[in-house]
Design a protein around this ligand. Structure first.
Ligand code: PLP
Length: 404
């Protein structure tokens, strides 16, 4: 009954979601406090109080027909203005409301852009490891996702391989920094070199290659790390932002696209994105949430970052002490840990200790697991003895002792 395309998409359906369901099942058996579910990037930090205040005051102060009604497919003009002004203040850009389209989260924004610009058979490049849903989003646009193999020593993009993989069919390149699943932030030097390569290839092939900056984790950066704003380095950049992680609003489905004036064929792309928003069935981003964002654009999220940072520091210190290997994340709330045995058996073994992890192959990079540490600090602390038992079972602690 279901379409051939969906058969494939259902078969490859998200391992992360399956793990999440497994977590709920285990919690039913052992009690939620005895399950260490690191599977889903669902923020445990509550949404800032200002979000609730904004919801209440909008409902009190504004006309119901305005708050809940249809509006332009791109979203409320005053909200887009507020976002543009906030970006200009923070990144010294020069956007206005015509550069902003409100979206149904980062996922909605990416699907809108691909619907607007991608032809069947086009190629979309992503750097492994990458958010696994990119494969499905490329398939939605009948495009092929081309993965640049990882540099597992730094998890900065492998630029030599990247250049080799760009072809006349390359329509877009997805960059996600701070990165899911590694927590790495791409350096300014990396971004500059990437932009140079793309400029060169556009000239060589006479094509337009869009750099899509997928940045739901932009504000989640530790130790004062800078996250370069990509429109400043490459003209054909489109930014996809989401409030799912920074404001802990993943279920509310709210974000935006930035389409800069400098983008090739700006007016048509912008019009196409508006139409794509409508015909993909979103029609527009959720109206109440747009208005909330209009009032919360400049919220300081440093308290949330501090809470994730405490999880990061504790987990990283303990896991490396036990002999596990991983790069210390600079942003987002994920750690990408090397597995001492094949990742499949490793995840299975970890589950025996009620630790739920996502295999690296989900992100196009096997030999690793992702630990989503956007959980309570208690979960982190209580999981440590279980990680120790796991390390002992694998003989890691013995090796550490011998080294010492
Ligand atoms: N892109 C990346 C890298 C993500 O990690 C996620 C969600 O985890 C998304 C996009 C989708 O975000 P949203 O919930 O805003 O659609």
């Amino acid at each position: 009954m279901i379409s051939d395309k969906m058969v494939e998409l259902v078969n490859n359906s998200s391992v992360i979601r399956a793990m999440f369901e497994e977590g709920k099942r285990l919690a039913g058996i052992y009690g939620a406090e005895n399950v260490y579910d690191f599977s889903l990037g669902n923020p445990n930090v509550p949404a800032p109080g200002a979000v609730k205040e904004a919801i209440m005051s909008i409902l009190e102060e504004e006309e119901s027909t305005e708050v809940h009604g249809y509006m332009s497919n791109s979203g409320f003009e005053e909200v887009r203005q507020a976002i543009a002004a906030s970006l200009n203040r923070r990144f010294k850009t020069a956007f206005n409301e015509s550069n902003i389209i409100m979206t149904v989260g980062a996922a909605g924004g990416m699907n809108v852009l691909f619907k607007a610009v991608v032809n069947a058979g086009d190629e979309i490049i992503a750097f492994a490891p990458y958010f696994g849903e990119y494969r499905a989003y490329a398939a939605n646009a009948d495009a092929n996702l081309i993965a640049v193999p990882p540099d597992t020593s730094t998890f900065q993009p492998n630029l030599e391989e990247f250049e080799r993989l760009i072809t006349p069919k390359t329509k877009a390149v997805i960059v996600n920094t701070p990165n899911n699943p590694t927590g790495v932030i791409y350096s300014e030097e990396t971004i500059r070199k990437m932009a140079e390569i793309m400029e060169r290839k556009q000239k060589e092939f006479g094509t337009v290659i869009i750099l899509f900056s997928d940045e739901p984790y932009r504000e989640l950066a530790y130790d004062g790390a800078e996250v370069p704003y990509l429109t400043k380095y490459y003209a054909n950049t489109v930014v996809g932002y989401s409030y799912s992680k920074s404001l802990s609003l993943p279920g509310e489905r709210i974000g935006y696209l930035v389409i800069p004036d400098e983008l090739d064929d700006f007016a048509s792309v912008k019009a196409a994105c508006g139409v794509a928003t409508r015909i993909l069935g979103f029609v527009n981003a959720p109206s109440l949430m747009q208005k909330v964002i209009g009032r919360c654009v400049d919220i300081d999220v440093s308290e949330s970052v501090a809470l994730y940072n405490r999880n990061r520091e504790t987990l990283y210190a303990e896991l490396t002490k036990l002999g596990f290997e991983c790069i210390k994340p600079e942003g987002a709330f994920y750690m990408f840990m090397k597995t001492p045995i094949h990742e499949g058996p490793f995840c299975k073994l970890a589950k025996e200790y009620n630790i739920l992890l996502v295999p690296g192959s989900t992100f196009g990079c096997s030999g690793f697991v992702r630990i989503a540490y956007c959980v309570s600090y208690d979960t982190i602390v209580n999981s440590l003895p279980k990680f120790r038992e796991l390390a002992e079972k694998l003989g890691l602690t013995r090796k550490q002792e011998e080294k010492a």
